[in-house]
Design a protein around this ligand. Structure first.
Ligand SMILES: Nc1ncnc2c1ncn2[C@@H]1O[C@H](COP(=O)(O)OP(=O)(O)OP(=O)(O)O)[C@@H](O)[C@H]1O
Ligand SMILES: [Mg+2]
Length: 358
């Protein structure tokens, strides 16, 4: 059993820990939406030689960095652990070694300080992150969750209430950005590099497929687009910038088409929201904003640094859960297990899909 929160959840301070992929991150966030302190250590340099995240290297790097980062964040905020009301850590989905490092650290801190543990679904962190930045964003909203491991459309009806309307049947879009970058030798991580190159290219220069566009089924598919990029690159007929721009345009067309498809089938919620690493892409944001305008919806996406992995969103998801559970919060059990897979909507029908990116 966890311990009970001792102060009103209305004024809680939550320590957040994120370690599910290649960012070690720690943050202190209040339930009044103030980020008291945050630190993030990227492992880009460690993984760059391999062109992607190596799980064993990631887990070791998290283990080395996490404890000093927790001390540093408390010091930055000028508070001690006794001022923290709950400790929130990503408990999945993600690379299991890294998730275990973060979760075990959180459990140890929770036990030593008699503070409740919050085992957070990393995807819930992304899904609620826009509400940290925007107090006016109320439930329900339609969420496009586009990251390195996921590409989903979800109806977010409340904290813990997620209805998945679509997912990818193969690759996540972030993965397709990363693969495109790898094919063109742009390095890792690929998304920002493809976006930069695309800004100099002609988006209609290279004919590329839009998988599942116009399809009756609701889902996404990006594997065929990725293969088409490889073939186009190997043909040697196109400038790299044109290929990057055409890839990005094709991907955005798919996102807009699938969101339109989802919106045809539900009563239109007031807001369209984007979250996850690919939501940091400015062309993606512009296209979604235009879609929202066309549909009479408000568009909302968090600031860029809240899109990619960070601990503020994990701490914030903890604040949201505390607020939902009222003044006395039990906390998650200290034997809560790290989960490599953890769907936000357990009722959603399984599709082949992308999961953990490695
Ligand atoms: N500006 C950008 N344009 C396109 N893609 C981007 C951009 N910035 C980041 N990305 C992509 O976002 C992904 C990283 O996002 P994020 O950190 O949310 O994913 P993850 O944590 O690896 O996966 P998940 O959250 O699904 O477990 C990478 O695939 C990266 O290439
Ligand atoms: Mg993520």
């Amino acid at each position: 059993m966890g311990s009970q929160a001792r102060i009103s959840a209305g004024k809680a301070i939550v320590l957040g820990i994120e370690s599910s992929c290649d960012e070690t991150a720690v943050a202190l966030v209040t339930s009044e939406r103030v980020v008291l302190a945050e630190r993030i250590a990227s492992q880009e340099a460690e993984h760059a030689p391999y062109g992607g995240v190596v799980p064993e290297i990631a887990a070791r790097a998290h283990a080395e960095r996490l404890a000093p980062m927790i001390d540093a964040v408390l010091e930055d905020a000028g508070i001690g652990l006794e001022a923290v009301d709950a400790i929130a850590a990503t408990a999945g989905p993600g690379l299991i070694g890294g998730v275990m490092v973060g979760l075990v650290s959180a459990k140890a801190l929770a036990m030593a300080s008699d503070t409740p543990l919050l085992a957070i679904n990393h995807l819930e962190g992304h899904a609620l992150s826009p509400r940290l930045a925007d107090e006016a964003l109320a439930f329900p909203y339609l969420l496009l969750l586009v990251s390195g491991g996921h590409c989903q459309i979800l109806l977010v009806e409340g904290v813990g209430e997620y209805r998945r309307l679509a997912t990818t049947i193969d690759d996540a879009l972030g993965e397709a950005f990363d693969k495109t970058a790898k094919i063109m030798g742009l390095g890792y991580p690929g998304g920002p590099a493809v976006e930069r190159l695309a800004s100099k290219g002609d988006a209609v220069a290279v004919p590329l497929p839009r998988p599942l566009k116009g399809s009756r089924e609701p889902h996404f598919s990006f594997a065929g687009l990725k293969s088409a990029v490889l073939r186009a690159y190997e043909s040697g007929e196109h400038a790299d910038a044109d290929l990057a721009a055409s890839f990005q345009r094709a991907a955005i067309d798919c996102l807009v088409d699938r969101l339109d498809h989802a919106l045809e089938r539900i009563s239109t919620p007031p807001a369209l929201v984007a979250a996850g690493g690919v939501a940091a892409n400015l062309s993606v944001r512009r296209a979604l904003e235009a879609l929202a305008e066309r549909r009479g919806m408000r568009f909302c996406a968090p600031p860029l640094k809240l899109c990619t992995d960070n601990a503020a969103m994990i701490a914030w998801a903890g604040c949201e859960r505390l607020a939902k559970s009222g003044e006395l919060f039990e906390g998650d059990p200290l034997d809560f297990r790290a989960r490599p897979r953890w769907p936000l909507d357990p009722e959603a029908e399984a599709v082949r899909g992308a999961g953990v990116k490695a």
